[in-house]
Design a protein around this ligand. Structure first.
Ligand code: ACO
Length: 478
């Protein structure tokens, strides 16, 4: 940060206060009222015009500061140098939910919400969903490049080889109550894995990191399927390593007495597509949790457990369940206009519509809508689909939704597919967590190899009391 300054500042003082170079713009007091816009003096204007920088004028002191703009951001830490006096801790930003704060530099997932673009490592999601497999996409996310034939085969072999879990993990899962939420079981089991692999805490060892990445991607379907079987009181099914990633997951979910369970190829394909669509979505709540927990340099199992916990929450992983509840409440196609009128009157929200980032059709929603056809061709059409299609049709033509740029998001149709595949709503977040693991791990790898990163430790604005005298219990209660 550079600072245009008052006359009493000397270069020596600036060195002492660790302020960077002052731009050669003489400070001049200008009359400034906050609501009139941050007008700068003509001289400052001329000196800074065209630079990739931001001039800030602190009206408490009259000092002006010039902060470089890099990648469309200013470094929040540099604001800390803006002080009233030496006792002042410095200026900070207040940004609950990090709605306008970049916490990292990342080369994994690109989103342009206005244009409805989603890319993993530069590849459009539409192409990946159509032409790739989940394991290939996981490789791409983790390694940054598409695999060669040999790399792909070796990756596939590694993942398949590690699908089994220690028998004590099975015993651990069996200890849950009969009605345990599968996501709670998944959360606890992934956390427990860290005790089975204590070497995973050596996160500075690249080979060690790779081993844990493989184990986590490989074991998630096993744990997810067992959590599902547990709720149904059915025996846990061991992985079938002759099958691919999604096919093996379906077998562990649904196999009963048959020696081999081969799901319909269209269902396997639909699940692959759903897994690809959910693999990563840059700095969302659960990814931020993984990065935040991981910043303490804890092992990856514990960091991923943080992500699972975040995804468990209804504001993150639970919207597709809310869509199903809403569709059931609407009940029939002829009730759709009445329901839309209620939404427009502010009585409730059209679940599965709108997104914090996408102000256009969520590209994943388009792909899921197509996957619906494949799934329903096997399972029969979910009767709620007609209501969903009618809701979408009306909403996309209605000025209320158009003017607010509300379009279907990934959750609008995914619940319908999951329900058609016989998953109870409690499983929806588990189905999200399994593929998201490759995204979380890519982000974790990026974090632990990024020299810019520090332990996550946001500031606060303290609003509590200060300096109270403690009165002992017997005196307070007297
Ligand atoms: N139905 C009706 N109106 C809506 C909806 C909706 N689904 N979403 C937003 N609006 C309206 C708001 O009422 C507001 O209107 P106003 O300007 O008249 O007050 C305007 O659109 C902007 O809404 P915000 O809440 O400010 O938008 P924000 O970006 O903060 O919210 C969110 C995004 C939370 C996803 C919101 O659109 C929503 O609640 N959608 C329904 C829930 C949902 O589908 N969530 C899943 C998201 S995808 C995922 O997490 C994987």
């Amino acid at each position: 940060m550079t600072r245009t300054t008052t006359a009493q500042d000397t270069r020596a003082e600036r060195r002492r206060s660790k302020l960077p170079r002052i731009v050669d713009v003489p400070f001049q007091h200008v009359s400034y009222l906050p609501n009139e816009g941050a007008a700068v003096t003509d001289e400052t204007d001329v000196a800074t015009q065209g630079r990739d920088s931001l001039t800030i004028r602190d009206n408490r002191t009259g000092n002006e500061y010039e902060l470089p703009i890099i990648d469309g951001t200013i470094r929040a830490g540099e604001l800390g140098n803006i002080k009233v006096d030496d006792h002042d801790p410095g200026l900070a930003t207040y940004d609950p939910g990090f709605v306008n704060t970049a916490s990292c530099r990342s080369a994994i997932t690109y989103i342009d919400g206005d244009k409805g673009i989603l890319e993993y490592r530069g590849y459009p999601i539409e192409q990946l969903a159509e032409k790739s497999t989940y394991l290939e996409v996981a490789y791409l996310l983790v390694h940054g490049e598409l695999p060669s034939k040999q790399q792909y085969e070796s990756w596939q072999h590694e993942i398949t080889y590690h699908t089994f879990v220690h028998e004590n993990i099975k015993a651990f899962m069996e200890g849950f109550r009969y009605d345990a939420h599968p996501m709670g079981m998944l959360l606890a089991s992934v956390g427990a894995l860290s005790t089975f692999y204590p070497e995973s805490s050596s996160i500075s060892d690249a080979a060690n990191r790779h081993m844990q990445v493989v184990r986590l991607i490989a074991k998630m379907p096993t744990l997810g399927a067992w959590a599902f079987r547990h709720a149904q009181g059915k025996p846990y099914v061991y992985p079938d390593n002759d099958l691919g990633y999604a096919a093996n997951f379906l077998a562990m979910l649904f196999r009963m007495s048959e020696a081999k369970f081969l799901a319909d190829e269209r269902l396997i394909q639909a699940l692959e597509v759903l897994f690809i669509l959910h693999a990563d979505h840059e700095q969302n709540c659960s990814t931020n949790a993984v990065r935040s927990v991981g910043s303490s340099e804890v092992d990856p199992y514990s960091a991923i457990t943080g992500g699972i916990a975040a995804l468990y929450g209804p504001l993150h992983g639970g919207a597709n369940e809310a869509v199903l509840r809403m569709l059931r409440r609407v009940g029939s196609v002829d009730k759709v206009p009445e329901f839309i009128a209620g939404v427009k009157a502010g009585k409730e929200r059209l679940m599965g519509f709108g997104h914090r980032v996408y102000k256009n059709y969520d590209p994943r929603a388009k792909i899921i809508k197509r996957a619906c056809d494949d799934v329903f061709a096997v399972t029969g059409v979910n009767p709620l689909l007609k209501i969903a299609v009618e809701l979408e049709k009306i909403a996309l033509e209605d000025d209320y939704f158009v003017s607010r740029r509300l379009y279907p998001n990934v959750d609008f149709y995914s619940g319908l597919i999951y329900e058609a595949l016989s998953f109870p709503p409690e499983m929806f977040t588990v189905l999200f967590a399994i593929p998201r693991t490759s995204g979380w791990l890519s982000q974790w790898l990026e974090l632990v190899t990024d020299s810019d990163q520090k332990i996550a430790r946001p500031k606060q604005i303290y609003t509590g009391k200060r300096g109270l005298d403690f009165v002992e219990r017997f005196e307070r209660w007297a």
